[in-house]
Design a protein around this ligand. Structure first.
Ligand code: ATP
Length: 199
C-alpha cells in the first residue's frame, strides 16, 4: 500500500484544485517559507481523521478552509482526497485503489467518503487503525513530534507500540464496551431504585 496522490481544493493556502503525485520512491516537497509545504502534510493528517485543529496549526476547524487573500475571495468549504494503492490489501477494503475524502463546510458540517460512498468518521478511523496511518499513526511525524514522543509518559508511549503491533483496535473496542457496560450498570441501578420505590 502506498500513497499515490493527494488532491486538495479550498484547503488552507490552496483555493484551486491541486493534485500532488507521489511515486514509489522518496518525494521531497521544497519551497520558500510560507509557501504551503506543511499545509500539504496537514491535509494528509486531516483526511485521516485529525479532529484537533491545533494539531493542524489552527485555532478552530474552520481555519482549514481557504480564508481568502487580497486577490481571492474566501471559499465555502475545504476538501482533500487521499488516493492510496491498496493492491496488496494492506487496508482491509476490497479494492485495488482507495479514495478517502473529507469535506468541511463553514457551517461546521463534515462529510467523509471512501471510494465516493458517504461514510462516518468512525469508518475512516477503522480503515486506518493498526496500519500506522490514521490520526494517531506514526507514519506522519510533524515538527516537534519526536521530542514529544520522547517526553511522553510511558503509558502514552505504549499506544504508539500498540498501533505498530496492530492491537489498537482491540483497545478501542474494549474502551467502547467498558463505556457501554458503565451505562448499562447506571440504567440497572436506576431501575433498581424505581423497583424499591414501588415495593
Ligand atoms: P515553512 O517553510 O516556513 O515551514 P511552509 O511552506 O511549510 O512554511 P505552510 O506553513 O504550509 O508553509 O503555509 C503557511 C501559509 O499558509 C501562510 O502563508 C498562511 O497564510 C497560509 N494559510 C494557512 N491557512 C490558510 C487559510 N485558511 N487560508 C489562506 N491561507 C492560509
Amino acid at each position: 500500500m502506498y500513497l499515490k496522490q493527494l488532491v486538495i481544493q479550498g484547503f488552507k493556502s490552496f483555493p484551486d484544485k491541486t493534485v500532488v503525485g507521489f511515486g514509489h520512491d522518496i518525494t521531497a516537497i521544497v519551497g520558500p517559507n510560507g509557501s504551503g509545504k506543511s499545509n500539504i502534510s496537514d491535509a494528509i493528517r486531516w483526511v485521516m481523521g485529525e479532529q484537533n485543529s491545533r494539531s493542524l496549526r489552527g485555532q478552530k476547524m474552520e481555519d482549514v478552509i481557504f480564508g481568502g487573500t487580497e486577490k481571492r475571495a474566501p471559499v465555502g468549504f475545504a476538501e482533500a482526497t487521499l488516493v492510496l494503492d491498496n493492491s496488496d490489501r494492506a487496508l482491509h477494503y476490497d479494492a485495488d485503489e482507495l479514495m478517502v475524502t473529507r469535506r468541511y463546510y463553514r457551517s461546521g458540517e463534515s462529510e467523509y467518503y471512501i471510494n465516493k460512498q458517504s461514510v462516518r468518521l468512525r469508518d475512516v478511523n477503522e480503515l486506518f487503525m493498526d496500519t500506522g496511518l490514521g490520526r494517531d499513526g506514526y507514519s506522519n511525524i510533524s515538527q516537534g513530534r519526536i521530542d514529544e514522543i520522547l517526553s511522553l509518559k510511558s503509558t502514552d508511549r505504549r499506544e504508539i507500540f500498540e498501533e505498530a503491533a496492530g492491537i489498537s483496535k482491540y483497545r478501542h473496542r474494549k474502551e467502547e464496551t467498558e463505556r457501554r457496560l458503565a451505562t448499562t450498570q447506571d440504567n440497572l441501578t436506576r431501575i433498581g431504585d424505581k423497583i424499591s420505590e414501588l415495593e
